[in-house]
Design a protein. Structure first.
Length: 149
C-alpha cells in the first residue's frame, strides 16, 4: 500500500509569519517577551507546551496554549491560505486510490477543524495529532504513531 503523510503548517498551508505573530501576541498578552525571529526558527518542531515553557512559568503554560489555539482558529485561519495546487494534488492522489494522512503537532481536534476549513477533509484518510499524553518537547514519535495506525 502506498500512502502520503503531510504536515499542515508550512506544507499544505502557507502560514509563514502568522504563527510567529500569534505566538508572540500570546506571550505579550501574558506579560512575557516575544521570541526573536532566530528563536522562532530554532523552535520548529517543538510542541506548543514546550515552546511557551521556554519563556513562561510552567503554571501558566496551559492557559497560554489555549489562548494561542483560540487565536489560531478564530483569526489565524482567516489570514492563511493553501499553497497553490495543494487541493488539486490531494484530489489527484485520492483519484489514484492513494491513502493520505495529516501528521501534526496540533491536537487531533484542532487538526480536524483546520482540515475542514481548507477543504482537505474529503481527501484525508487519517489525522494524527498530539494527544497531550506524550511528555517531551519534540514530536518525532508522531510519524511512528501514524505509521502504526
Amino acid at each position: 500500500m502506498r500512502a502520503f503523510f503531510f504536515d499542515l503548517d508550512g506544507t499544505l498551508i502557507e502560514s509563514k509569519g502568522i504563527i510567529s505573530e500569534l505566538i508572540n501576541e500570546t506571550l505579550m498578552e501574558f506579560g512575557y517577551a516575544p521570541f526573536t525571529e532566530d528563536e522562532m526558527l530554532a523552535s520548529i518542531g517543538i510542541l506548543l507546551e514546550g515552546l511557551f515553557s521556554l519563556k513562561a512559568d510552567k503554571e501558566i503554560v496551559p492557559k497560554m496554549c489555549q489562548c494561542y489555539v483560540d487565536k489560531y482558529l478564530k483569526t489565524g485561519l482567516q489570514k492563511m491560505k493553501t499553497y497553490e495546487g495543494v487541493v488539486e494534488l490531494l484530489r489527484e492522489l485520492k483519484d489514484d486510490k492513494i491513502k493520505m494522512g495529516i501528521v501534526t503537532t496540533k491536537s487531533e481536534e484542532e487538526a480536524k477543524q483546520v482540515t475542514e476549513h481548507f477543504g482537505f477533509s474529503p481527501y484525508v484518510d487519517i489525522i494524527v495529532g498530539h494527544s497531550g499524553k506524550r511528555k517531551g518537547k519534540r514530536v518525532t514519535y508522531l510519524a511512528g504513531n501514524s505509521y502504526s495506525r
